[in-house]
Design a protein around this ligand. Sequence first.
Ligand code: ZN
Length: 197
Amino acid sequence: MAYSQSLNELISALSKLPGVGRKSAQRIAYHIVTSEKDYVKSLADAIMLARERTNYCAVCNDMTEDEICPICLSPKRDRSVICVVAEPKDVLAIEKTKEYKGLYHVLGGLISPMDGIGPEDISVSKLIGRITPEVTEVILATGLNVEGETTAMYIARMLSPLGVKTSRIAMGIPAGSELEYADEATIANALEGRREI
Ligand code: ZN
């Protein structure tokens, strides 16, 4: 079956979305071109608006619509603990547990020599700049896969001269899995069972 050029372009754009294969892209594209124009316009507008309004917090790099995110600004958060995660979606996963009351630091990736990602490509120096005497513990909550472990070990080494306690989330989460796929109880247990490194 031959698609028109515009439909083909839509399919190829959609198939670049994470988790969307060629078949799903075709199905979504077909749904879009057969939908009401008002709905399609609101969908396109919502995509543009979300993209335009999304920034990264100047302090912790989490996604936010403001200069500084609500967590960094909140007087209710415990400023003595910083939880280090790879991506903004990990903040969301930990927040869902409602157990953690400290601050976050989003690295924006993990060290991965295979993919050419080194320590200078993630937000480590900014994290080091955040270690004031007020901060007593840094929890390394990067995933328990190879990249997550490598990154955690590297950061622990960089932080050790600063005299801040560093801890690693427990092995409650199956090795190799990412935080976003773990349920809330598992994440809460992994945080609770963290050990000093
Ligand atoms: Zn923030």
